[in-house]
Design a protein around this ligand. Structure first.
Ligand code: ADP
Ligand code: MG
Length: 276
């Protein structure tokens, strides 16, 4: 498959995934200050409960870190929020009015929930700018052509995103020539082109240099306020650097929640981590 075909296929996926033909996005109602309500969520795999009556609330504009040993249910939790996995029981609301369990995976993305998977999936042979344009295409008309100019608003957003991700100086560079960390930031930038209200990020700093880890902490911190961000991460230095509200998961439930210092000294948390 040549590059253009791949790009077009990717673009088509973005369109189908983005539900581009639909009307303007209906924003979640966060007038009560909460953007995500998960209550009593249970997910069973052959009788094994990956999530066990889990309850979790995320504030609008908050940056939340979710930690927990392997198998705690962190990825399953993200799968439930994005519609990839349907819970056996419980409720999941995006703001006051959007019932996530009534929506398909593409509809959830369209409603304003973006997800960054662990592995960067940028178009290596295309420039940073082209990657961002492609990501913006999800919101454009199906009949718009790939190389048609962006709207002024999209162009403005692209400049903002280049600044947030500090990729201005590399805008004409093929994505394949970026460092691992820069590729991760580009992919976060691609998600930001869609301006999601809620951004889910799974283990963003795995494989990064210490400087890249620090920069990623700054980047995600800078997103809070305009976006709500939920970060799953193992790297404790990174979690400490972000140092906001932390949720510790264990065996499909919330074990502890609070500031870094609080959960760090919680005997139940210490026990779970020592047991790893
Ligand atoms: P974490 O991301 O915290 O490491 P996961 O959410 O990936 O944990 O997994 C939670 C538990 O559910 C693990 O024991 C895992 O083996 C199990 N699990 C996850 N997905 C599936 C699946 N599709 N089928 C069966 N078991 C699964
Ligand atoms: Mg996981």
């Amino acid at each position: 498959m040549n590059a253009v075909t791949r790009l077009r296929n990717g673009w088509r996926k973005a369109i189908n995934g983005g539900g581009c033909g639909s009307a303007r996005r209906i924003a979640p109602d966060v007038s009560h200050g909460t953007i995500l309500y998960l209550e009593d969520i249970t997910v069973s795999f052959d009788g094994f409960k990956a999530l066990d009556a889990l309850t979790l609330y995320i504030d609008a504009g908050e940056l939340r870190c979710i930690i927990g040993p392997n198998g705690a249910g962190k990825t399953t939790l993200m799968d439930v929020i994005t519609g990839k996995t349907r819970p056996d029981a419980g409720s999941a609301w995006f703001g006051q009015t959007i019932d996530l369990l009534a929506l398909t995976e593409p509809e959830i993305a369209e409603a304003g929930i973006g997800r960054k998977f662990q592995k960067p999936t940028v178009f290596e042979r295309h420039t940073v700018l082209e990657n961002l344009e492609l990501a913006a295409a999800g919101k454009r008309s199906v009949w718009g052509t790939l190389f048609s100019p962006l709207t002024p608003a999209q162009r403005e957003r692209m400049d903002e995103v280049l600044e947030i991700t500090r990729l201005q100086g590399r805008r004409h560079m093929p994505a394949g020539a970026l460092s691992h960390g820069q590729k991760q930031w580009l992919e976060i930038g691609m998600l930001l082109m869609q301006d999601p209200q809620l951004l889910l990020v799974d283990e963003p700093v795995a494989g990064m240099t210490p400087q890249e880890v620090e920069r990623t902490a700054e980047l995600l911190t800078s997103l809070a306020g305009r976006h709500s961000v939920v970060v799953v991460e193992h790297d404790m230095d990174f979690v400490r650097a972000i140092a906001r509200r932390i949720t510790v998961m264990h065996e499909g439930r919330v074990l502890a929640e609070g500031r870094f210092e609080d959960v760090q000294n919680d005997p139940r948390v210490v026990e779970v981590y020592l047991g790893e």
